[in-house]
Design a protein around this ligand. Structure first.
Ligand code: PSU
Ligand code: MN
Length: 329
């Protein structure tokens, strides 16, 4: 880890031990806990995600900002605090230093979680959906910092695509411009979060965690940056696109009526859609979060098996030394 960063990083004992022994670790974001889901589902689904990661042979690490430090791995009490409190800041790339300096509680979005995971040497991160290009972005310029992060930070993010609260074709175009690979897991269609499939085709599709890990390893060996693995919501929990679309349109109308802007846009639409669906979207949301965590755990374990996962820098990493250490251990 770069020396100047050390004072700002607090690893939990479990995560510290895992990183020290080069075991597979999967990062989890905290914005989905503090701003994405209601209590107590936010806490419970996080515990289920952590279990799924453990069952896949990896160590989970929820990332959040507390009292001037980037915490990698939370205690149960800390998780409860992020699940309950309403004064938690939503932290993207521009907000990290401000939150640390003012010692406020910060929940990390996809962009901030990628940055913090990379500091710790974690390569795989699991979440629900990415931020993207908002509908009407041609006038509001509202494009999530998540999308530019992928061109900067070499992390693999497992997600279920993006919600159709966004402009999906523009989001895909933007990711392509940023040079971000999107690998469909057992699909050649871009998943729409609540909906298993879509008419947006993908050019990259792989069927198992080993092939994904191998691709990631090459991507990083070549010095390329972040990547997306799109894992569709499990079919049993998938909701038909035209039904979701009705709720989304209504939520977007309310957004304009209430003059909601900036950081508040995504949480506002998420909670409106959830209310309009009378909880149906919550069921899908939980199912996909757990399924993504499981896949991320498998990919992370495969990367470790390839001797390249979870190192502070792939280019610095001495694969031979690692295999020697593994044989010894
Ligand atoms: N999309 C979801 N659920 C979420 C988010 C996005 O379906 O919880 C969160 C993620 O943390 C993502 C952030 O990084 O919202 C994007 O916020 P914004 O659109 O303000 O950049
Ligand atoms: Mn925005």
């Amino acid at each position: 880890m770069i020396e100047s960063i050390l004072p700002f990083i607090k690893l939990s004992p479990t995560v510290k031990n895992a990183l020290h022994h080069k075991l597979p670790v999967v990062a989890l974001e905290s914005t989905v806990i503090s701003h994405g889901l209601p209590y107590p589902d936010n806490r419970d689904v996080t515990l289920h995600m952590m279990n799924a990661i453990t069952e896949s042979g990896a160590v989970p690490a929820v990332i959040a900002l507390i009292d001037g430090c980037i915490h990698i791995g939370l205690t149960d009490d800390e998780l409860e605090m992020f699940a309950i409190r309403s004064d938690v800041l939503k932290i993207s790339r521009p907000d990290i230093a401000y939150c640390l300096a003012t010692k406020q509680l910060g929940a990390t979005t996809v962009s901030a979680t990628m940055i913090c995971a990379a500091y710790a040497g974690i390569r795989v991160f699991s979440t629900g959906g990415l931020g993207g290009v908002h509908r009407g972005a041609e006038t509001t310029f509202d494009i999530s910092a998540d999308l530019t992060e992928f061109s900067k930070t070499p992390i693999l993010v497992v997600c279920s695509g993006v919600k159709s609260i966004l402009d999906v074709p523009k989001t895909l175009e933007y990711l392509e411009t940023q040079g971000v690979p999107i690998i469909g897991y057992q699909t050649d269609r871009f998943p729409l979060f609540f909906t298993h499939s879509s008419n947006h085709g993908l050019t990259q599709s792989l069927n198992n965690s080993y092939d994904i890990a191998r691709t990631a390893e090459i991507h990083w060996e070549l010095g390329l940056s972040g990547m997306v693995v799109a894992n569709p919501v499990p079919e049993y929990a998938s909701i038909q696109d035209d039904i979701v679309e009705r709720w989304v349109n209504e939520a977007v109308d309310q957004l304009n009526e209430n003059n909601i802007r900036g950081k508040a846009v995504t949480p506002f639409i998420l909670s409106k859609v959830s209310a309009l669906s009378e909880g149906k979207t919550l069921h899908a949301n939980k199912a996909l979060l757990i399924s993504n965590a499981r896949l991320a755990g498998q990919i992370s374990a495969s990367l470790s098996a390839l001797s390249l996962s979870d190192t502070s820098s792939v280019s610095e990493f001495n694969a031979k030394e690692f295999s020697r250490e593994r044989r010894k251990g």
